[in-house]
Design a binder for this molecule. Structure first.
Ligand SMILES: [Zn+2]
Length: 452
């Protein structure tokens, strides 16, 4: 990637070579850059040579650092259209005295003239839904007002956006007075950015290859998961940070599994994965309530490293949590767990002064999301319900009488981290270190699948 050196002239000198680097647009994915550029007031792009265009159309070269902002308003548009910014810009002196700006439209470059109460004998246009201004050194150099959002890329294939760098194209999607940046990127290059955001590059190669195939499968299944883009860049979909976490090991793992995905009965699987299971995975149905033939809980003896965790709550904290969730069971006086054959909690019962509530499925973890420590890390835990406070059971105001300490405290002691459905990443690490291939790993964690 190139850091900017804003020599505006070089943009026009570089036109010839610029167009040779425009890539094909087959097999792209649209990734919403939610972590840094969702509903923001402006987006800054920079590179020594960039191309700007409307949607997937012709890219016109620009260079340096541009701050992109939403633009609205009424303009007269002059009747002439040009092939380049420079030609349109050369016409600007004809409108001296008017507030005017060079504009890129579906018909090419032209000049928009703000009405400002003055009359020009030309047609008036209202700027469109996608209209944005490109400001250079604090002043609008041009606006882009097309039937598709403005799209920018860099001649070297990696463009600076804010403090980050992304491969391929950045689409500037305007929603009223804010912007959201979308990375329109070749699918395999997107995976370069995902793999070591989701798994350390120091892990064994076969584990990284398993991760690459799972991430690719998740990507293919996740198309159009969001409204204006396929996937977001957060853990809601898959963690993606542009080129920041790219490594040679990760890129190799993606390249060596190029195009491979996981199928069950001829269809792409829902390739869910998580950090560690602590010794056993969970059925998809036991987590989310719907049967998925390839997401089967099983004992996992391959995972050698996993998170061990402890969470402690006073009865009054648990009472507050239950009240906030509308369980209406009065003061919590005891917590009990039920387990499946693999030691996974399948039912967590809060006994209260006025009733009881049993949690099942993933809610066993996520019911705790509003507590200070967040959701429980896993469902592979034991629960120790400390000495009950009799007063709590008998009095409406008893929660004030419960105290912290061993008595009156419920302790959860667990192993693993995540929903535990599908592939354990630490398990993949363990299998790879034990000599298994990425296909072995995937076929262990996803039951009855084929990789092709
Ligand atoms: Zn998402």
């Amino acid at each position: 990637m190139k850091k900017l050196k804003c020599l505006f002239i070089t943009a026009f000198v570089a036109v010839g070579c610029y167009f040779t680097t425009v890539h094909a647009y087959a097999d792209t994915i649209r990734v919403g850059l939610e972590k840094n550029f969702k509903n923001v007031a402006s987006v800054t792009v920079n590179d020594s040579v960039m191309g700007v265009g409307i949607g997937n159309g012709v890219k016109y070269p620009i260079a340096g650092t541009y701050t992109i902002k939403p633009v609205t308003g009424n303009y007269y548009v002059i009747g002439e259209y040009f092939n380049t910014y420079a030609e349109a810009n050369a016409k600007l002196p004809a409108y001296t005295g008017y507030n005017c700006v060079v504009a890129l439209t579906d018909k090419g470059w032209t000049i928009y003239v703000r009405t400002d109460g003055k009359k020009l004998n030309k047609a008036t246009v209202n700027t469109g839904n996608y209209c944005v201004g490109f400001a250079y050194e604090g002043k609008y150099k041009f606006i882009v007002d097309g039937s598709s959002p403005a799209r920018v890329n860099a001649s070297d294939g990696i463009i600076g956006v804010g403090d980050n760098y992304y491969r391929d194209d950045i689409e500037i999607y305007r929603q009223g007075s804010t912007l959201t940046a979308v990375n329109v990127i070749d699918e395999e290059k997107y995976l370069y950015g995902v793999i070591n955001s989701e798994m350390p590059s120091s892990w064994s190669k076969e584990a990284q290859k398993a991760q690459a195939v799972a991430a690719r499968t998740y990507m293919e299944r996740g198309k159009e998961k969001h409204d204006i883009y396929d996937l977001c860049d957060g853990v809601h979909c898959q963690d993606y940070n542009g080129t920041k976490n790219e490594t040679e090991a990760g890129i190799t793992a993606v390249n060596e599994t190029k195009g491979l995905c996981i199928y069950y009965d001829g269809s792409l699987i829902e390739a869910v994965y998580f950090a560690s299971d602590g010794g056993a995975t969970i059925d998809g149905a036991e987590a989310w309530g719907y049967e998925t033939p390839y997401l089967k809980g099983k004992q996992d003896t391959y995972e050698k490293e996993y998170k061990e965790w402890t969470r402690q709550f006073t009865y009054s904290e648990l009472t507050d949590m239950c009240n906030a969730r509308g369980y209406n069971i009065g003061n919590v006086i005891k917590v009990e767990a039920e387990y499946n054959k693999n030691g996974i909690v399948t039912g967590l019962t809060f006994r209260g002064s006025k009733g009881q509530k049993m949690l099942t499925k993933d809610e066993i973890r996520t019911a705790f999301s509003a507590t200070s420590g967040g959701s429980l890390f896993s469902r592979n835990f034991t629960v120790a319900s400390g000495a009950e406070t009799t007063a709590a059971a008998n009095s409406e105001n008893a929660s004030a009488e419960t105290t912290t300490g061993t008595a009156g405290v419920v302790t959860f002691t667990g192993k693993g981290n995540g929903h535990s459905v599908g592939m354990s990443q630490y398990g993949a690490k363990g299998m790879a270190e034990a000599g298994y291939t990425f296909e072995d790993i995937l076929k262990f964690y996803y039951t009855g699948v084929e990789i092709k």
